[in-house]
Ligand binder design. Structure first.
Ligand code: ACO
Length: 343
């Protein structure tokens, strides 16, 4: 059968072949203040031993009172831009993935645009909880592949300490603050982002949420006294779903580019709990030394987690140019995503 001349084109309006998209720079930022498990022992009825055994977390970073999501996002962005050799005026689009924006509006991406001098850039936030950074990478990739933009800055930034209930021992030990960023550009080479996939299941939206502060329960005396402006989580349910969803997403991404886990040099997962990562590695058939872990130092930083991990792993030389890496995430929504990248 004769193939249609446009069969391989992703943008039907364009005659050019799809442009491959590469991460040309990464950056991350974590606040200076370290909150150790021993400090949490003084706040709630917990122990260092319980936290380390059940989660793998030893410490997390907490932003200063006047340090906001946009400040951390801008710092991470500037580091990614420096590595990429990109100036503010080169950026066409900024996507900030966050569930802790500086304020409901304007978008934190707009505040970051101003801080980094990206005057020409369009800017918006997107929320897919802990999956947000990879969702944003896929959106940014689509804008470049279609030929709409050349340079996209993707950021995951969170100040989770503001929505953490410091009286709830089952959640307050898990989270931290920070930001990570990546600059996406058409590489003009065959390598780059080989595939992405993402998914969601809204039927389980009630197992991980912050109930108040939106249209359903606007801020009121009752919402504040009911502690409804804090994150709530059914930990065991989230745990089970996280393992299955990340396994499924990772396998789908590998299948889409005809690869197996043996081809992958480094797996960079969302950093929620070491037991989730060990279960995931086991199901994928990956040895743990292939899996990048930094949750012992930062805890779960939601949308920023995988972005910080990617930056650290790249700078530490955990993979080289041409190596294949697998990113996989999971979060509230429920949401999940995976990407295979040839570095
Ligand atoms: N210190 C001491 N004891 C604690 C603590 C604590 N910090 N927290 C809970 N406990 C107690 C519980 O009260 C319970 O006691 P009980 O048996 O007397 O009732 C006992 O420890 C066991 O509690 P479980 O909740 O069953 O503990 P579990 O082994 O499931 O671990 C955890 C809890 C760590 C939260 C785990 O379920 C988990 O990691 N879940 C996934 C979390 C996750 O991935 N969240 C992020 C998703 S990404 C996003 O979108 C934000």
């Amino acid at each position: 059968m004769t193939k249609s001349p446009t069969a391989n084109l992703r943008n039907p309006r364009s005659k050019a072949p799809p442009r491959s998209v590469h991460i040309v720079g990464t950056g991350s930022y974590v606040p200076q203040r370290v909150l150790r498990n021993a400090d949490l022992e003084k706040l709630v009825d917990t122990t260092d031993d319980w936290i380390v055994t059940r989660t793998g977390i030893r410490e997390r970073r907490i932003a200063a009172e006047n340090e906001c999501t946009s400040d951390m996002g801008a710092q991470a962005a500037l580091r990614a831009m420096e590595q990429a050799g990109v100036r503010g005026e080169d950026i066409d689009l900024i996507i900030c993935a966050t569930l802790t924006p500086d304020m409901p509006f304007p978008a934190t991406a707009c505040l970051i645009q101003q801080k980094i001098g990206a005057k020409r850039a369009a800017a918006f936030d997107m929320e897919a909880a802990c999956s947000g950074f990879l969702y944003a990478v896929e959106i940014g990739q689509q804008f470049i592949t279609s030929g709409t933009y050349n340079t996209v800055l993707v950021i995951g930034a969170e100040k989770l300490s503001t929505i953490t209930d410091w009286e709830d021992r089952s959640t307050c030990v898990l989270f931290g603050d920070g930001a990570g960023a990546a600059v996406l550009r058409s590489s003009g080479q065959t390598h780059g982002i080989l595939t992405t996939c993402m998914g969601a299941d809204g039927s389980q939206s009630d197992i991980l949420l912050m109930p108040a502060g939106g249209a359903r329960y606007p801020a009121s005396k009752e919402s504040v006294s009911g502690r409804m402006h804090y994150l709530k989580m059914a930990g065991k349910e989230v745990f089970k779903n996280a393992v299955v969803a990340m396994q499924t997403a990772a396998e789908e991404a590998l299948r889409k580019c005809n690869l197996t886990i043996q081809d992958i040099q480094c797996v960079i997962p969302h950093q929620a709990n070491i037991r989730i990562l060990e279960a995931l590695a086991d199901r994928l058939g990956a040895p743990m030394d292939k899996v990048y872990v930094n949750l012992d130092r930062y805890g779960n930083v939601s949308a920023a987690s995988v972005a910080i991990a990617l930056d650290e792993a790249a700078r530490a030389g955990r993979f080289q140019r041409g190596d294949l890496i697998l990113l996989v995430v999971f979060g509230s929504g429920l949401t999940w995503a995976a990407a295979v990248i040839q570095w």
